[in-house]
Design a protein around this ligand. Structure first.
Ligand code: E4P
Length: 217
């Protein structure tokens, strides 16, 4: 499963890249707002850190306007992936951009039928938001399993990008189902390395090592 970082924080992105834990980045208007930086500038900087897909979201709602925004965003770098919403206008934009060879991430997916439409529009990625479904007492992971089944039934190439990931269990469940990609905040990706027995083991090794009076350097 590929790991994308769901952030516009370039320091976090660099850190994950150094540990080879980064296959791409997703941003959205909220994350860009939080960064306090210019949208195009930050996308350009991120594209220089990773060679993987970097999702940059259009904010227009009409197809023609989405196309105008996409034209500007896709010129930033070769690895820009245009993010469009799961609406008919968004799907039209998706199809047009894919015909031109541009990567497209269809976002704000909350049902398997929506995911089916995105695959038919030849999306590179579909982003089902598991956390937001869980928030309203629906099962985000059931949706991922349904999409996996449907895409496999028809050999669709669209990659399932599990989004709105809130913790390690989402990552584990997505991997078990066979999702292609998950995108999570850097804090969640780092959390995956944590285990109390790892900490306990480190403490006891350090104490036993101190007793030897030796040093490696
Ligand atoms: C995905 O591309 C979205 O940016 C993101 O995963 C949304 O997550 P949230 O529901 O935590 O805002």
């Amino acid at each position: 499963m590929k790991f994308f970082a769901d952030t516009a924080d370039v320091d976090d992105i660099r850190e994950l890249q150094e540990a080879n834990l980064l296959d791409g980045v997703t941003t959205n208007p909220t994350l860009i707002g939080k960064s306090g930086r210019d949208f195009k500038e930050v996308v350009k900087e991120i594209c220089g850190i990773t060679s993987g897909p970097v999702s940059a979201e259009v904010v227009a709602s009409a197809h023609e306007d989405m196309m105008k925004e996409a034209e500007i965003l896709r010129k930033i770098a070769d690895n820009v992936c245009i993010k469009v919403p799961l609406t008919i206008d968004g799907l039209k934009t998706c199809k047009k951009l894919r015909d031109d060879g541009t990567m497209v991430n269809v976002t704000l997916c909350f049902s398997a039928n929506q995911a089916l439409l995105a695959a038919k529009a030849r999306a590179s990625f579909i982003s089902p938001f598991v956390g937001r479904l869980d928030d309203i007492s629906l099962s985000g992971m059931e949706l991922i399993a349904d999409i996996r089944l449907i895409y496999d039934n028809y050999d669709f190439d669209t990659e399932i990008l599990v989004a709105s990931v809130r913790g390690p269990m989402h990552v584990l469940d997505a991997a078990k189902i066979g999702a292609d990609v998950m995108t999570a905040p850097p804090s969640v990706i780092k959390q995956l390395s944590k285990h109390p027995l790892t900490d306990k083991g480190l403490e006891s090794f350090a104490a036993d090592w101190a007793k030897t009076g030796q040093s490696i350097i």
